[in-house]
Design a protein around this ligand. Structure first.
Ligand code: NAD
Length: 348
């Protein structure tokens, strides 16, 4: 038996789709929306503001990684000062995370325009960082009401961000394939999403303005994000949360480095997941193909290349053992030490 809960989200996908944001705002019955962005994406915020016309209440362009409480407070002030009744977030997971925090605390709906492959727009998962501690939770109120994917907006995503961000998306699909709450719908999305990303990423990294590859990669990111939103993640996500939270590592790179190692550990006991991934990656050796893809798209070689001190790995193992996620295999301390050692060393 399985239960499939489809997330009630509307998706607009295609070149030039960003021109449709005003219609999406109207469709939701919103009068004036606060535009959210990071400081680096001010030009995009201005572009979307021009499209919105008098539906734009103002801009808050201070979104930051991990949704710090101070940033939320500043965005709340902007929300109150402008009298906005919704948000339009344009950017990656950090900007979308800020919109989610505002939805959670004030019930304001959001339209989002994703510009990376992180997939947050497809999930009811929110995060908030206060006094150095990140809290996360699930609440359907934070789900964006409308998601506008315009591949053209990703042409400027640097190669060094595109590769790891794409592998981060693949990790969502890999873990969804052996999740306790997986369904045939999720498996189909995962297979298509992994194939799209794996075939597109090398071209994206070679030529950021390859329109076909950018479109396929963003479509793959959407599908892999939907897998993340529909299922419960396992060992890979636990390891990456522990590594990222304790050692302050970059999100996408950490996922991209760890993924082949977790795949090598889990897939021998998850044959159905492995069969799907073999088809999607057109290979008989899934961990090897993931390692090869990571290398081709410029993922740093091992956690040590991110500056991780070997001595810190033991603390990460303790943290994973203290609060494990459900996983097809229950890892022992030795298993985790071996896995992290290999991920730290890289090179294979
Ligand atoms: P990000 O949003 O932090 O973006 C990274 C940088 O790239 C930013 O400076 C941004 O301005 C810039 N950028 C984004 N798109 C660009 C583009 N098209 N062109 C040029 N520059 C661009 O990074 P991210 O990887 O998208 O998101 C990571 C964050 O999202 C993490 O905090 C992670 O925890 C969170 N996340 C949450 C979920 C969820 O379900 N809640 C899912 C995935 C990720």
């Amino acid at each position: 038996m399985f239960v499939h809960d489809a997330q009630p989200m509307r998706v607009i996908f295609g070149t030039g789709a960003v021109e449709r944001v005003a219609e999406e705002v109207d469709r939701l019955g919103l009068r004036r929306v606060l535009v959210l962005a990071t400081p680096r994406q001010g030009a995009l915020a201005a572009r979307v503001t021009a499209v919105l016309g008098d539906r734009a209440a103002g801009t808050y362009d201070g979104a930051r990684m991990h949704v710090p409480a101070e940033t939320v407070a500043a965005a709340e002030q902007a929300l109150a000062a402008t009298g906005a009744d919704g948000c339009l977030a344009i950017g990656g997971g950090s900007t979308i995370g800020l919109a989610k925090a505002l939805s959670l605390r004030h019930g304001v709906p959001s339209v989002v325009v994703p510009t990376t492959y992180a997939g947050s727009e497809m999930t009811p998962i929110w995060g908030l960082t206060e006094d150095g501690r990140k809290t996360t939770g699930r609440d359907p109120v934070v789900l964006p009401r409308s998601v506008v994917y315009d591949p053209e907006l990703t042409h400027d995503l640097p190669a060094a961000v595109s590769g790891p961000s794409g592998l981060n998306a693949i990790a969502h699909a890999v873990e969804a394939l052996y999740a306790p709450d997986g369904t045939p719908v999720v498996s189909a999305l995962a297979e298509r999403g992994v194939r799209d990303l794996a075939t597109a990423l090398p071209s994206v990294v070679a030529d950021g303005s390859d329109a076909d590859a950018r479109s396929r990669a963003l479509e793959g990111a959407w599908l892999c994000g939907a897998c993340l939103g529909a299922t419960t993640m396992g060992l890979h996500h636990k390891l990456c949360h522990a590594l990222g939270g304790m050692l302050d590592l970059p999100h996408a790179e950490t996922h991209a480095i760890v993924l082949p190692h977790v795949a090598a550990y889990n897939l021998p006991v998850a044959p159905e997941a492995e069969a799907v991934l073999r088809r999607a990656l057109d290979t008989g050796d899934v961990p090897g193909a993931l390692r090869g893809l990571a290398r081709r798209v410029g993922v740093p070689d091992g956690l040590r290349a991110l500056g991780v001190d070997h001595a810190d790995l033991a603390r990460v193992v303790d943290e994973v053992l203290a609060a494990p996620y459900r996983n097809p295999r229950t890892p022992t301390r030795d298993d985790l030490e071996e896995l992290l050692e290999a991920a730290w060393r890289g090179g294979s």
